[in-house]
Design a protein around this ligand. Structure first.
Ligand code: SAM
Ligand code: SF4
Length: 441
């Protein structure tokens, strides 16, 4: 029996792709194992920052040394980095046998079966950003049996000036609503209780359909009505495309979690313009106010880049003050990373690494304080969580998420996984809450 291992880097879409590939290979009789035992190791890669790429390359280098001695494992590179630099990597490493961009996953299972026999290199890369050969498999062998991601659209047409995504994931292409609903139903039938709908910009869903009559809000409404589904999440929203009809659907249906990831990227209007984000600081704050008014219990999270080319100290401080003003629950911060081929990569006024890192540490300290205070306010409250697995560092403890996407760590057992638990919050830190079970659904 052929053995495979899957290693995921980067975003939730890669987790979804990894889950579908696992499901496909298991159904072909392959066995999943550790990287050390595998005949084929599949890397689902990320290109969003240089660091993510370097990490994957060093891991491939480790397998190359073993491959040269023993003739195994073969390495398959999938995803964004494969599309961006896969050909160069395959030239450098003899162990790399299959290279496929994110829009060609459908060709990968057959290629794995061929390569195990022939050992010949194969490449599936986009020549046209609208090409798509997807793997039409429902990810029923996911890493977590109770939660699943579900990609609703491919690619992105926004071309933010720092971002590699439109170059490696191609143009926006929404999946057919019927297909998405069928997949969601199948997931629920197999025991999934929480689904997260994924797109680089979910709010743009349907804008590429010829009649433009089907919107993201309509999809959200339809998926949320599937019997047996307890919770529905979505990511990522774009402030320019977030329509208030999404709020109307959320208000009507409390299965849809009170959590919106609304990346701001900068708190300064000039930098936002340089980033090609399509909104000002004031537009963003206005949208936040409308969301909070419609859904007062909403949890807002965001993404923010420091050290974008030409960002001055004052402009950086605008990002810090925006965090103080909005008080997000979570902020995913990153130091700007040059991505070759993007507009920002060629801009004058690149910021040195030391300044970027200093700004990153400063803004992280500010957010950490905000999150600690916000989380401490939950102590003593009763919240409902969906228990979904063991806590990573929890000495046998389990974890779950609230509707507002807060992680709660508590004493419990495997029997609680997939269930809704009512918990009392007993402790808090900037990243998570602690709780104890009051009752089970
Ligand atoms: N589509 C989403 C949006 O509109 O923000 C997010 C997509 S991207 C996969 C995830 C995050 O990576 C972005 O929100 C951004 O903060 C970060 N990112 C993208 N390009 C980056 C770069 N060149 N340097 C640092 N961070 C970057
Ligand atoms: Fe990248 Fe901007 Fe598209 Fe998000 S919206 S994926 S940041 S280009």
């Amino acid at each position: 029996m052929n053995k495979f291992a899957i290693k995921i880097y980067g975003c939730q879409m890669n987790v979804y792709d990894g889950d579908r590939l696992r499901t496909a290979m298991l159904s072909r009789g392959w066995q999943e194992t550790t990287e050390a035992e595998a005949d084929v190791v599949c890397f689902v890669t990320c290109s969003i920052r240089d660091k993510a790429e370097q990490k994957a390359i060093s891991e491939i280098g480790r397998h190359e040394r073993v491959y040269k001695r023993t003739g195994r494992p073969m390495v398959v590179i999938l995803g964004c980095m494969a599309q961006r630099v896969g050909q160069e990597i395959a030239k450098k490493f003899t162990c790399v046998k299959v290279v496929s961009g994110p829009r060609h996953l459908g060709l990968v299972p057959d290629a794995l079966e061929r390569v195990i026999v022939t050992g010949q290199k194969e490449f599936f890369l986009d020549t046209d950003p609208r090409e798509l050969t997807d793997l039409c498999v429902c990810p029923t062998a996911g890493a977590n049996p109770f939660k699943s991601y579900l990609t609703i659209s491919y690619g992105c047409d926004r071309f933010c000036s720092y971002c590699i995504v439109p170059y490696v994931r191609g143009r926006l292409q929404s999946r057919e609503p019927k297909e998405i609903l069928a997949e969601a139903r199948q997931l629920v039938e197999r025991g999934v209780t929480e689904i997260t709908l994924l797109g680089q910009n979910v709010d743009a869903f349907g804008k590429d359909f010829r009649d433009k009559k089907y919107s993201f809000a309509m999809l959200l409404d339809e998926v949320s009505q599937i019997p047996g589904l307890c919770r529905l999440r979505f990511a990522t929203s774009h402030p320019k495309d977030f329509d208030t009809d999404i709020l109307d659907v959320m208000k009507r249906n409390d299965k849809i979690c009170r959590a919106v990831n609304l990346p701001v990227q900068s708190g300064n209007t000039r930098i936002l313009k340089e980033m090609n984000r399509g909104y000002t600081r004031e537009d963003y704050l206005g949208l936040v106010a409308r969301i909070k008014e419609a859904l007062p219990d909403i949890s807002l999270t965001t993404d923010l880049i420091v050290g974008f080319p030409t960002e001055t100290e004052e402009e950086f401080l605008d990002s810090c003050s925006l965090l103080q003003e909005v008080k997000f629950d979570i902020v995913h911060t990153a130091a700007y990373s040059i991505r070759p081929g993007t507009r920002a990569a060629t801009m004058e006024g690149q910021i040195d690494e030391a300044t970027k890192n200093r700004r990153l540490n400063e803004i992280n300290a500010i957010q950490s304080e905000i999150a600690r205070n916000a989380n401490e306010a939950y102590i003593g409250q009763t919240m409902e969580i969906l228990a979904d697995g063991f806590a990573p560092k929890g000495r046998g403890q389990i974890q779950g998420r609230t509707k507002t996407d807060h992680v709660v760590i508590l004493d419990g057992s495997e029997e609680d996984f997939g269930k809704l638990l009512t918990v009392e919050i007993t402790g808090a830190n900037p990243w998570s809450l602690e709780g104890k079970i009051k009752s089970k659904d």
